[in-house]
Design a protein around this ligand. Structure first.
Ligand SMILES: [Zn+2]
Ligand SMILES: [Zn+2]
Length: 303
């Protein structure tokens, strides 16, 4: 198994379970060709998550592909993109394109999208993880570029921010509990006590993907909630994990929790912290994927 994961990493590929799937990285003008595909491995014998998931995806086509592009991050990946404290990630899935968080500065977000050849007008849904400016600050500029979106924010957000959405002409959805955004995207609903935050959960052909802004409620808690919404293994967790102040013992606990939850690959960035990212890299080995502004994750069905 590790052989295929290593192969995936070397090729700049991301997969949620072997065999690997090619990632088309914007930094590279050419598509990394898939080498002769490795043989399919047997399906996991153990299915994690609840016995009665609320989201089934029987319609998911065999050719369904998901592309996640980190548009905004303080950690650099694609040298063409500007970096700045904050996070935003574009999710291109079947029939819909979601923007998860907007970074802190709208002009920087839009510039990074232009650099990658991504059209703001193609976005139909915006999800704001939590009320920190490095995740919501770019919203007004984005809505000026494309108001024809539905914005999912927490009901606990201030009235002024909700009014910004309405004034722009966008559709506002206030999130409290778990909610399906479409056939394959779900929000965990507001988690945490001090800083309320929602994660995005994607049902992909490789399992679930959990996308977090800062993971203030705890990355393990957010993955745990995600697994009650989408059945199967969690093939990838990415985003900010907010572990900058965690000590070694706390990091070990989080890593053990994620491994116990069966998280197959992780790509922490933004507020995760250098020491934490190093600890994750050591613990997950080839299942740790470097992330940062401009990194692209493509998740496609097994061939
Ligand atoms: Zn943040
Ligand atoms: Zn935050």
């Amino acid at each position: 198994m590790s052989k295929y994961l290593v192969m995936g990493l070397v090729l700049g590929l991301v997969s949620c379970a072997p065999p690997v799937t090619p990632v088309i990285t914007p930094a590279l003008p050419t598509v990394v060709p898939a080498a002769s595909p490795p043989p399919a491995l047997p399906a996991p014998t153990q299915t994690r998550g609840p016995s009665a998931p609320t989201a089934e995806i029987p319609w998911l086509e065999a050719n369904t592909m998901f592309t996640l592009t980190v548009l905004y991050d303080n950690i650099a990946y694609d040298a063409r993109l500007q970096t700045d404290w904050g996070f935003a990630c574009l999710v291109e899935g079947p029939g819909q394109t979601l923007l998860f968080d907007t970074g802190g500065k709208g002009d920087l977000l839009l510039q990074n999208m232009r650099t990658l050849g991504l059209d703001p007008q193609a976005v139909d849904t915006v999800v704001l993880s939590h009320l920190h400016n490095d995740h919501t600050g770019g919203l007004a500029s984005f809505l000026a570029a494309n108001p024809h979106v539905t914005v999912y924010l927490l009901a606990s957000f201030p009235a002024a921010l909700k009014e910004t959405v309405r004034q722009a002409g966008a559709t506002l959805v206030e999130v409290d509990g778990p909610l399906a955004l479409n056939g394959w995207a779900h929000t965990t609903g507001a988690l945490g006590t001090q800083i309320r935050e929602q994660a995005l959960v994607l049902a992909t052909p490789r399992g679930s993907v959990v996308l977090t802004g800062c993971a203030h409620p705890g990355i393990a808690a957010m993955v745990r909630q995600a697994q009650t919404l989408v059945s199967g293994d969690t093939c990838l967790a990415l985003g900010g994990f907010h572990l900058r102040d965690a000590n070694a013992a706390q990091l070990s606990t989080v890593i053990a929790e994620l491994q116990a939850l069966g998280v197959q690959q992780i790509a922490p960035s933004h507020c995760t912290g250098d020491a934490a990212r190093q600890a994750f890299a050591e613990a997950f080995g080839p299942a740790y994927l470097s992330s940062g502004a401009g990194q692209v994750f493509v998740i496609a069905p097994e061939k």
